[in-house]
Design a protein around this ligand. Structure first.
Ligand SMILES: Cc1ncc(COP(=O)(O)O)c(C=O)c1O
Length: 469
């Protein structure tokens, strides 16, 4: 870095100039058409690799213009397109400070404080679970998908440890039609044949149907397969539905199957006042995925995979290697290097984002955030229920509301929704997603953005109504 750090100063000022406006910010600062199309000059700037160093002032000015014009503002409450929206200031500050030392958490020797902090935030989540704290543990991963891959991997290791490596091609995985695609992808990554992944039917509210799971288990067993992993979702990607974990666990009794709860979206409920129903669900699981970036306001992406039995995480130890880095392979778990429980080696200090958020807000602040998200979702639910032109796809179970145009039939509703989405997103002010669901296309609105107010909720309802015209 040069003496007066022009890039760093510019980047920090860029951030500080923009965050105060986030509450009123549009998703895109320009129309959607302009946002998605780079001009020839912009394309040149992005693609060209100069031989000589750039004129720094010009480069910073041009880059600022590019970022403002073509980057969606995921901090804005009007950004509704993904399963995250908004970032808390404390978490963003923690994230910057975590990157700044340019460190990794692999060993305690190199990362004494990051090791303590990652352990502290993991313990904090584990305390919210109805598991034996002394036996459970977890690890931070780069995203919910990685946490899910890891869960499939640990289940596969547990199964092959019991049945032998030759059993790999006979292992069967079950997940619902409304489950996230990272589960079958994780099975694929683990070498489980695609034909051994069973997609279990979901009901009209996106909840996995236990009768369909029972049938799929029986079909797999009749084919000589060994059910090894069942994924139940706590907060499905589209509807935010909660799979019936107790009923699913009852079906698995005596079968030696790993039950995973993908709470990437829904485990947020463990922090709110209605936490009992989430705790009851997780009570049955062997592992849980939770994304702090989906709903709690951590920066994208910061996920946990926690397991009921910490011994399962030993599967992540480097097979017969890693001695160049890990000096004390036999240290007790609470003192062992965190890299021994990680899917990758150079893992950044991301826990600081969450640690700072949690300390700054306290448990009561986080509870208030979750409760507010639910209250805003219910306010929006009431707006849709009262609308002559829109209808609820189903009752919202969490902080997401799915709705669609009222129409004579599904085809007409889908066509209206497609056309309306174009109009709703055209100005760039709002960005909302249209998703396939059992009953046809549905708009998905979410209410977890910390800047979202009742006024935003009402504005969204009115904006969607106008888009139908
Ligand atoms: C239920 C569920 N699980 C997992 C994921 C994957 O999370 P990530 O986007 O962090 O990889 C998603 C993403 O939307 C999800 O909805």
């Amino acid at each position: 870095m040069s003496a007066d750090h022009p890039y760093l100063r510019w980047a920090l000022r860029h951030v500080l100039d923009r965050v105060p406006d986030d509450r009123d910010a549009p998703a895109f600062q320009v129309s959607r058409a302009e946002a998605v199309t780079l001009t020839p000059a912009e394309r040149d700037l992005v693609r060209a690799y100069p031989e000589e160093p750039a004129d720094g002032d010009a480069l910073r000015r041009d880059l600022a213009a590019l970022l403002d014009r073509h980057l969606v503002n995921g901090r804005s409450p009007r950004f509704q397109n993904q399963l995250f929206s908004g970032v808390e200031e404390e978490a963003l500050a923690g994230s910057f400070l975590g990157i700044f030392p340019n460190n990794t958490i692999s060993t305690r020797e190199v990362a004494p404080l990051p090791s303590e902090m990652e352990t502290a935030v993991t313990d904090w989540l584990l305390r919210a679970l109805p598991w034996d704290r002394a036996r459970s543990d977890g690890t931070l991963t780069p995203a919910g998908s990685f946490s899910n891959y890891l869960a499939v991997y640990l289940a596969r290791r547990r199964a092959t440890a019991r049945l032998g490596d030759d059993a790999l091609l006979r292992l069967a995985v079950f997940t619902s039609a409304a489950g996230h695609y990272s589960i079958p992808k994780g099975a694929d990554l683990c070498g489980i044949p695609r034909g051994n992944v069973f997609e279990v039917a979901a009901d009209e509210c996106d909840r996995m149907r236990p009768d369909a799971l029972a049938e799929a288990l029986a079909t797999a067993e009749a084919r000589g397969l060994v059910p090894a992993f069942v994924n139940a979702t706590l907060g499905t990607t589209v509807a935010g539905a909660l799979d019936p974990l107790a009923e699913i666990a009852a079906l698995l009794a005596g079968r030696n199957v790993w039950l995973h709860a993908d709470g990437a979206w829904g485990a947020l409920g463990l922090l709110g006042s209605e936490r009992a129903r989430f705790r009851d669900a997780v009570a049955h699981a062997d592992s849980l995925t939770w994304d702090a970036h989906k709903g709690l306001g951590a920066p994208v992406a910061l996920s946990f995979l926690v397991v009921r039995d910490a011994d399962d995480l030993d599967a992540l130890r480097p097979p017969g290697g890693g001695g160049y880095l890990f000096r004390d392979l036999d240290a007790p778990r609470d003192r062992a290097d965190l890299g021994l429980r990680s899917l990758y080696c150079g893992k950044p200090f991301v826990s600081l984002a969450l640690w700072l958020l949690w300390k700054a807000k306290g448990e009561s602040g986080l509870r208030a955030h979750v409760d507010r998200a639910r209250a805003l979702a219910l306010r929006f639910r009431d707006r849709i229920a009262a609308s002559p032109r829109l209808e609820l796809a189903h009752e919202p179970e969490t902080w997401v509301v799915c709705f669609r145009p009222r129409a004579a039939d599904r085809a007409a509703s889908d066509a209206l929704a497609e056309a309306a989405r174009e109009r709703i997103n055209a100005s760039g002010r709002w960005m909302i997603n249209l998703c396939p669901s059992a009953g046809g296309l549905v708009f998905r609105a979410l209410f977890v953005n910390p800047l979202m107010s009742e006024e935003h909720v009402d504005e969204l309802a009115a904006h969607v109504e106008a888009g139908l015209a």
